[in-house]
Design a protein around this ligand. Structure first.
Ligand SMILES: [Fe+2]
Ligand SMILES: [Fe+2]
Length: 186
């Protein structure tokens, strides 16, 4: 059975597939190339529902809260930085979603907004994942001294899946990640 941080790390691998395409989209748009707006919509869907609702949901509502209870301070430490970066990601995604209708109508300005935010989002999120994999999750693993800790975290991850995500949504989004990633192989 996977440990709680292994679950989150495997979600990072799915998110990285979409980050690669998102970075490519940002670069293509900054070179004034046309990108299918539907692909941008799919990336925003994945980032909003999988990266944010599902994955950051598990981190913010479950893992980080548990780490705080174990004595890791929220402010002035890695948890505070992670929370700030989740917010930053939300603002990049919001800017992309808001520019999308004008982009569909051919606005060059909207293409620039999406280019900038997609590149910033991709860079920030790949760094963010590296920090979690190499620093934050190591701290969390050291705090997981009892089998009960793992059971508590896994049960609450399940709750996020059931209550916030709904049935079949996790699988739909994992398939969507592969579809988005396949664009780079074409
Ligand atoms: Fe995170
Ligand atoms: Fe994460």
């Amino acid at each position: 059975m996977s440990t709680p941080t292994e679950v989150l790390k495997s979600e990072h691998r799915a998110i990285e597939k979409v980050i690669a395409t998102m970075g490519w989209v940002g670069r293509a748009l900054s070179e004034r190339k046309r990108v299918d707006p539907y692909l941008i919509e799919e990336i925003a869907d994945f980032m909003g529902n999988f990266a944010d609702k599902c994955h950051h949901g598990k981190e913010e509502r479950v893992l980080f809260k548990w780490m705080e209870q174990k004595g890791v301070p929220k402010e002035g430490g890695p948890i505070g930085v992670m929370l700030y970066e989740h917010e930053l990601g939300r603002s990049y995604r919001k800017a992309i979603v808001e520019a999308l209708p004008s982009y569909r109508e051919g606005s060059l300005e909207a293409a620039e907004v999406i280019a900038e935010n997609a590149q910033a989002y991709a860079n920030m999120l790949s760094q963010h994942i590296m920090k979690e994999d190499n620093i934050l999750f190591k701290i969390a693993d050291e705090l997981m001294t009892e089998k009960d800790d793992e059971i508590f975290l896994m049960e609450n991850f399940e709750k996020v899946e059931k209550e916030i995500m709904g049935k079949g949504e996790h699988e739909r989004l994992l398939k969507l990640a592969d579809k988005i990633a396949s664009v780079l192989k074409e």
